[in-house]
Design a protein around this ligand. Structure first.
Ligand code: SF4
Length: 270
């Protein structure tokens, strides 16, 4: 796959295929919203390639912002060294977090159903591969949030009518009733996960391989992920709990009745 590069709103976007005029227009509006920290509501008809335009633009924009963040970190570090300033670790950590939120925030991509999310992740993989043709060093981190019904690998809980309740009962048992829960942190180091593009099935296979819970692994990976794919209900929950979360950019795709697709993003502040 070659990858077709176009300079749009100051960002080098790499499309997997030659972009349609509608995709270029879509990317231009999206990037101008991102560059100016504005909310946006974009509409594009079915079949106009909006998902690829959305994902290619987000990958390119996030990559550029990461570069700016790294540059700013290096500049501040050099300044402190020159001025012989040694900052307390906690204060420095807080500053680093704030800078990250401002320059390279997490991107949330939400959709209504798991099958739509799976399709988006597949398209994301395609766009990442194209982008890596010109930026081989870039390996964006991601996670895909889904319900326990999709992720649970515990023999008993996964067959229960209500997997969520069954899981909670197991976890409430003294010493934890689910062996996989204790190993959830091992899942992200699996060779097929890490800085790779993966879907629900991949995470379940990796979880079985290392005997670690894919559900809690996916949740845990949200902290470091640049891109978080999540169903609508999870995202609404995140918004509800927002004071406890870092600000984010959130493209939203919703099939509507009169509109084919609505896309918007918000920047939240603490
Ligand atoms: S911790 Fe994970 S594997 Fe264990 S019961 Fe809960 S969802 Fe299933």
């Amino acid at each position: 796959m070659q990858g077709i590069e176009r300079r749009i709103a100051g960002v080098s976007v790499v499309f997997p295929f030659k972009p349609y005029a509608s995709q270029l227009a879509f990317s231009s509006k999206l990037l101008s919203c991102l560059n100016n920290e504005q909310n946006g509501l974009l509409e594009s008809p079915t079949g106009s390639g909006k998902s690829v335009a959305l994902l290619s633009s987000l990958i390119a924009w996030r990559h550029r912002q990461q570069g700016r963040l790294d540059g700013e970190h290096a500049r501040q570090k050099a300044e402190r060294k020159e001025a012989l300033v040694v900052e307390p670790v906690a204060k420095n950590k807080k500053k680093v977090k704030k800078l990250k939120r401002e320059l390279a925030p997490k991107v949330y991509i939400r959709s209504r159903t798991h099958s739509q999310l799976t399709q988006l992740v597949a398209e994301f993989g395609l766009c990442v591969k194209s982008f890596q043709k010109s930026h081989p060093e870039y390996e964006p981190s991601m996670t895909l949030l889904a319900s326990k019904k999709h992720y649970c690998i515990n023999k008993k809980a996964s067959k229960a009518t209500n997997t969520d309740e069954a899981c909670q009962e197991l976890l409430a048992k003294p010493g934890c009733g689910c062996a996989q829960f204790k190993g959830y942190h091992k899942v992200k180091s699996h060779p097929s996960i890490g800085h790779k593009v993966w879907d629900i099935e991949d995470l379940v296979v990796a979880g079985r391989g290392v005997r670690g819970c894919p559900y809690f692994a996916a949740k845990n990976m949200t902290e470091d992920a640049e891109f978080v794919f999540c169903p609508v209900w999870t995202f609404d929950l995140l918004v509800h709990l927002l004071p406890f979360f870092t600000p984010c950019l959130a493209p939203v795709q919703l099939p509507g009745r009169s509109l084919d697709t609505i896309l918007c993003w918000h920047r939240f502040e603490r």
